[in-house]
Design a protein around this ligand. Structure first.
Ligand SMILES: C[S@@+](CC[C@H](N)C(=O)[O-])C[C@H]1O[C@@H](n2cnc3c(N)ncnc32)[C@H](O)[C@@H]1O
Length: 337
């Protein structure tokens, strides 16, 4: 009953997408997957579609987001990632456990194959060599560390940071990588220490005001000629979209930046972008959704109905974000000048 009372209040305050998402997530029963997918990614009545893209208006969005950004970054990360490692195992690829966009060149790949193809592409961009000091910012369950280790067989020089305690424990128990619980935004990096630094799916958590100072720090942390590789999604417009407000349900305290700002900050910090490509996140989101649905009962046993519903709504909502062209997935290589 409470959820129906909150619905109009949250819709008026945060917008129709936020209101609907909350209403669905709070359902006391597991949501019907086909209905959720169709309702979120399908054709919407034109008036609702206009409203969800334009309400709240820009000035209100900025105020709401400023309020949300006051919360500690670390709490927002924990809210999303410290759910249950076993739960994530139900829908991610089993070999690496990547929680980032895969590559489906023909559209017929399984999630296992698509993540392996993505990992191969990233290896070719990072170009890791034994003996090189390599750091991953936001390493998740160690997926890319594993793939790099397959190339270099050099664990001693591989290092990862995450803000999820569950992921630190997972890496310790399963991979034996040097993974630290550490905020890569606040870290003071040793000068000219690393040959390569990369991040996959972590940059979108960094708030716009933090990006340029962080880029400067990373520039200082790389050896001369060092390389920074990033895979992340950003928004296409500088204006904060309404999705940034609705997205607070899934990633509290995170706000991504505009593509043009990233380019400007990277270059101003002393990097030259030497390669870049754009990738389609949608097939990955659909694959995770299907895996989650196939494992519904176990998922609910592990995390409860509300969290199950939240992820069931999250995947199609993110699908819609890319389908509407609000954001795009970028992979690029930057060389220290
Ligand atoms: C979407 S996951 C991606 C994980 C992994 N790179 C992958 O490809 O599967 C985002 C990761 O970024 C980490 N992260 C986000 N902000 C961070 C910060 N400020 N410091 C350290 N880790 C952070 C999270 O803890 C999580 O491990």
């Amino acid at each position: 009953m409470l959820r129906y009372l909150l619905f109009p209040v949250e819709t008026i305050t945060y917008g129709p997408s936020y209101g609907w998402i909350r209403l669905m997530v709070r359902s006391p029963r597991p949501l019907d997957p086909d209905e959720v997918w169709e309702r979120i990614t399908g054709r919407l009545p034109p008036a609702f579609d206009w409203l969800r893209k334009n309400y709240p208006p820009t000035f209100m969005r900025s105020l709401l987001i400023a309020g949300k950004m006051r919360q500690a970054h670390v709490r927002g990360i924990a809210a999303h990632y410290d759910v249950s490692n076993a739960f994530y195992e139900l829908f991610l690829d089993s070999k690496y456990m990547f929680y980032t966009c895969a590559d489906f060149p023909t559209g017929r790949e399984t999630i296992e194959e698509a993540q392996a193809i993505k990992a191969d592409h990233l290896v070719s961009l990072i170009d890791p060599k034994p003996g090189e000091r390599i750091l991953e910012l936001g390493c998740g369950w160690g997926a890319m560390l594993k793939r790099i280790y397959e190339e270099t067989h050099d664990k001693a020089n591989l290092h990862g940071f995450t803000l999820s305690q569950e992921q630190v424990a997972y890496n310790g128990d399963n991979n034996g990588f040097n993974v630290e619980f550490r905020d890569f935004i606040k870290t003071d990096y040793p000068a000219e220490h690393y040959d390569k630094i990369y991040s996959i799916g972590a940059w979108e958590h960094v708030r716009p005001k933090d990006i340029f100072p962080l880029m400067q720090k990373l520039h200082g942390a790389l050896k001369p000629g060092g390389r920074l590789v990033q895979h992340f999604f950003c928004r296409n417009e500088k204006r904060i979209p309404t999705t940034a407000v609705a997205g607070q349900v899934f990633f509290p305290g995170s706000l991504n930046s505009a593509y043009a700002d990233h380019v400007k900050w990277n270059e101003a910090a002393g990097f030259t972008i030497t390669q870049r490509s754009i990738h389609d996140y949608r097939p990955t989101l659909r694959a995770w959704f299907e895996n989650l649905v196939a494992n519904r009962d176990r998922a609910i046993e592990l995390v409860g109905v509300e969290t199950y519903n939240r992820y069931l709504v999250f995947f199609p909502s993110a699908y819609r974000y890319f389908d509407d062209g609000v954001g795009m997935l970028v992979r690029w290589v930057m060389q220290k000048r």
